[in-house]
Ligand binder design. Structure first.
Ligand code: ATP
Ligand code: MG
Length: 356
């Protein structure tokens, strides 16, 4: 199995605590992109499970959270029968680890030390070597499949630039000179960040806010959890969380992110859950529908009811997911991707002198 089309690659982190911010801000956009682009592109959706413990985790929960991701994607509408969409676990394709090691040996210590994410996360306490050089593993994840497009958030742009650097460095050093002047590259270099943004559109701007503190985004690592709606929340308790969401003293429903961040957030959430229910509504329409309403309690009840309904529907879909179909999809994608990845790995092993 050889990918005949250019490759879009994106990682789907193993995570048991998925909240509505992750769902509407990351999961649904990926699924929609995959559906829209799979005629022209191969879509590699992989679960970067080897990246899961660059920082300490509860390992007894890892296996389940890996599968949980595949389940959530399926419940959210990922078409498992689309043969251009590949769903696979990084750890099941050993070429990732093997290529990462080879790339490690061509990566400068100083180069990794400059990665801002390591400086942020790794400067305190006992950071692991895995956290230090995970951008190299990420480069392997991308280069093994010759991916041209990789959606990157702001925290990953430097790592994509590194991937391009190491690919170009290896191409210069090990590209094969054919006949007189034709160079055959070792790696396909992914497009630069600006072109990634042009390709994917900058609609990654959606940020659902914390319900208790709408000045900051909803984040799973928030300690209290009171301002977060998890996909696994009991609909009744999610209802309560919305009812006690922080609002303001202006007392009129309006979309004003600056002065009424809480209400604006609820308007956005309401629009998203309605869209998820198949209604073709825009934020503007929702805003117009409730504009000027002066009883926040009534407004919140509407949002709370519809969020509870969304959770109930989603949880029903999740419970109905066909586990066998997921296992089969993983197995067949992993078989295919091993072939693609090993082809690249062998080429590299040959280039560096490990194979004839
Ligand atoms: P952490 O607190 O550990 O950083 P998180 O809740 O921010 O967790 P991540 O795992 O960092 O979630 O992010 C997973 C994906 O979800 C990313 O693509 C991120 O951009 C997106 N995402 C996270 N939070 C939100 C949010 N509040 N609104 C929209 N998208 C979000
Ligand atoms: Mg985050």
């Amino acid at each position: 199995m050889k990918p005949s089309k250019p490759v879009i690659l994106t990682g789907v982190r193993a995570n048991n605590n998925i909240h509505i911010g992750n769902y509407f801000g990351a999961i649904l956009p990926i699924i929609n992109m995959a559906k829209r682009r799979s005629d022209e592109y191969d879509i590699n959706l992989f679960i970067p499970d080897l990246h899961s413990f660059t920082t300490p985790i509860d390992h007894s929960k890892l296996y389940d959270s890996i599968l949980n991701n595949a389940r959530v994607y399926t419940a959210a509408g990922l078409p498992l029968d689309n043969s251009s969409i590949h769903l696979y676990r990084q750890s099941r394709i050993s070429a990732h680890s093997e290529l990462a090691w080879i790339l490690d040996c061509f990566t400068g210590f100083g180069e990794m030390s400059r990665m801002t994410q390591f400086k942020d996360k790794g400067s305190k306490g006992d950071a692991s070597v895995g956290l230090f050089n995970y951008p190299v593993l990420m480069a392997a994840d991308i280069l093994l499949y010759g991916a041209t497009y990789v959606p990157v958030g702001d925290d990953q742009t430097q790592h994509l630039e590194f991937t391009r650097d190491i690919a170009e460095r290896m191409n210069r050093k090990f590209g094969e000179r054919m006949n007189y002047d034709k160079f055959v590259d070792l790696f396909i270099v992914p497009k630069p960040v600006i072109q990634q943004h042009q390709f994917f559109g900058k609609d990654q701007g959606l940020r659902i806010k914390d319900l208790v503190n709408p000045a900051k985004k909803m984040s799973k690592s928030d300690e209290s959890g009171k301002g977060i709606i998890f996909l696994s929340d009991d609909p009744k308790s999610a209802h309560k969380k919305i009812m006690s969401a922080t609002t303001d003293s202006i007392g009129k429903v309006q979309y004003d992110k600056e002065n009424q961040p809480g209400i604006s957030n609820l308007l956005e959430i309401l629009t998203l859950v309605r869209q998820d229910a198949g209604r073709e509504v825009t934020l503007e329409q929702t805003v117009n529908e409730y504009f000027g309403m002066d009883r926040y309690g009534d407004f919140k009840r509407i949002v709370a009811d519809e969020v509870a309904e969304f959770l109930e529907n989603f949880q029903n879909r999740l419970a109905a997911v066909d586990e066998r179909a997921i296992e089969e999809k993983l197995a067949s994608s992993e078989k295919d991707m091993n072939v693609v990845a090993n082809e690249t790995l062998y080429r590299v092993q040959k280039a560096v002198g490990l194979r004839k």
